[in-house]
Ligand binder design. Structure first.
Ligand code: FES
Length: 152
């Protein structure tokens, strides 16, 4: 049976594959909204299907709910992301993923020097403090603590 313009939470769950409790949670977080019909039941606009798809995809890419909320709020009239919106957001996400991949590859390359070593020396280990450059950022394994070698 085709969906109407407004759908119940059960229809929304069936269509998106999300649990009803998850949909209620997203609503409580202010990411989606509904109206109440005469019987007091939630009725969601069909566009919420696309909005939930966006939320799930963004979460898979590591976006926090705060970040997702901010992305949604940045759209005109708080609309559901359309094709152009998603294309723009995905482009930004691609850049972030590229930076993360570059950081992980650099970490992997430094790890190569540890294979077969095992010293975990604060002076010698490239993961802890390569060439002692990270010392000015503080003690400890600066790169493992989140500092980027580009910042040092
Ligand atoms: S464990 Fe020895 S260099 Fe990293």
């Amino acid at each position: 049976m085709p969906l109407g313009r407004e759908i119940s939470i059960g229809q929304l769950a069936a269509r998106t594959g999300l649990a009803v409790s998850a949909i209620r949670y997203y609503q409580a977080q202010g990411l989606i909204s509904s109206e109440r019909n005469a019987g007091g039941h939630r009725r969601f606009p069909r566009s919420v299907i696309r909005r939930l798809s966006f939320i799930r995809i963004a979460q898979q890419f590591g976006y926090s709910l705060d970040r997702i909320r901010a992305e949604l709020a940045s759209l005109p009239e708080n609309r559901t992301p359309n094709q152009a919106d998603w294309s723009l957001i995905a482009g930004g996400l691609r850049g972030e993923l590229d930076a993360q991949i570059a950081g992980l590859m650099a970490m992997r390359d430094r790890l190569d020097g540890c294979i077969g070593c095992g010293c975990l020396s604060l002076e010698k280990c490239a993961l802890y403090n390569p060439e002692d450059k990270a010392a000015k950022r503080g003690s400890g394994p600066r790169y493992l603590m989140g500092d980027s070698s580009d910042e040092i």
